[in-house]
Design a binder for this molecule. Structure first.
Ligand SMILES: C[S@@+](CC[C@H](N)C(=O)[O-])C[C@H]1O[C@@H](n2cnc3c(N)ncnc32)[C@H](O)[C@@H]1O
Length: 287
């Protein structure tokens, strides 16, 4: 048991509540201490003609997913140690297969649970068909450090880079150790699909969304993780992650012309015996 778990066990619930409340107050205070940021939604996809059912009920993608099941299972990626859960991995794979983006940016590599499913989707929908594809995955930590081997701390057997090599995707997947905002402000590239799963702190997300919008190619898509509508729990006995919703609410209050559509319930299990996901797609327009 880690020191953190040990402390958590012996700290009274009342004290934990006070700490949580103070943290929430600070998060809101920090969020509103930032200067207002404009959102340029010009290149964000609109939801017209996009039916989420179409994404998740695709027979073709289902066959592909099943054919890859053993290969990805053999990586023994853990659940519940910070990587996206098994159901969300599948949803991310289906979403990328649906939009078939050429250039993808992922913020928050961690153990690579989402990375390998994005790269698999790109490989089977584009690379195998002779089309260009590229995935850049950014994390503020060196997730592939051979010295620290951070993936081991989270129960993963292989580094994200090693899994990408085993899949033979190293030619089109790049790892960057950088803070999201540094990377997004400095890159000269533009992207067709951006997955935001880095810092879940409201202040960071408040800055990441406008930065991501600025990097989109026309009809580009942004997928959020840990979006809790109205900041209500999605799973029994599990606290919401408040930051992404708080950031989105501030941007919307300031007139940002986008909506966030939660993917809601998926046709397969996600976590805690449910089919609920915290993934959400952003679309241009508020209707
Ligand atoms: C929830 S984990 C991402 C999970 C990952 N998508 C997966 O499925 O394995 C969040 C990651 O974002 C990284 N992170 C946090 N804040 C960041 C920032 N400001 N810039 C870049 N990465 C950040 C953390 O180091 C962590 O590895």
């Amino acid at each position: 048991m880690s020191l953190r778990d040990l402390l958590s066990r012996y700290i009274p619930i009342s004290l934990k509540r006070i700490v949580r409340k103070k943290r929430a107050q600070n998060e809101v205070k920090n969020l509103y201490s930032l200067e207002r940021t404009e959102c340029n939604v010009e290149n964000l996809n609109s939801s017209k003609g996009i039916h989420l059912d179409k994404i998740f009920k695709s027979r073709k993608t289902e066959e592909l997913w099943k054919s890859l099941y053993e290969q990805t299972r053999d990586f023994h990626l853990p659940g519940d140690t910070g990587g996206v859960n098994h159901g969300d991995r599948r949803a991310i794979f289906y979403t990328v297969c649906f939009f078939e983006p050429e250039n993808v940016l992922e913020i928050g590599t961690h153990i690579g649970a989402s990375t390998i499913h994005i790269s698999n989707a790109l490989f089977y929908t584009r690379v195998l068909n002779g089309k260009n594809a590229k995935l850049t995955t950014v994390d503020m930590r060196d997730v592939n450090s051979g010295v620290e081997k951070p993936w081991r701390r989270y129960g993963a057997k292989f580094s994200p880079e090693r899994m990408i090599r085993e899949l033979g995707h190293q030619k089109f997947v790049n790892f960057k150790a950088d803070k999201s905002l540094n990377f997004m402000n400095e890159t000269n590239e533009s992207f067709d699909f951006i997955f935001l799963d880095g810092s879940h702190n409201a202040s960071n997300v408040y800055q990441e969304i406008p930065a991501a919008l600025q990097l989109l190619n026309p009809e580009g898509n942004i997928l959020l993780h840990d979006y809790y509508p109205d900041n209500k729990p999605l799973w029994k006995d599990r606290k919401p992650v408040y930051g992404p919703y708080r950031a989105v609410e501030r941007l919307k209050k300031e007139g940002a012309n986008f909506k966030v559509v939660p993917l809601g319930e998926l046709p397969w299990e996600t976590k805690n015996g449910t089919t609920i996901t915290s993934l959400a797609l952003m679309f241009r327009g508020t209707d």
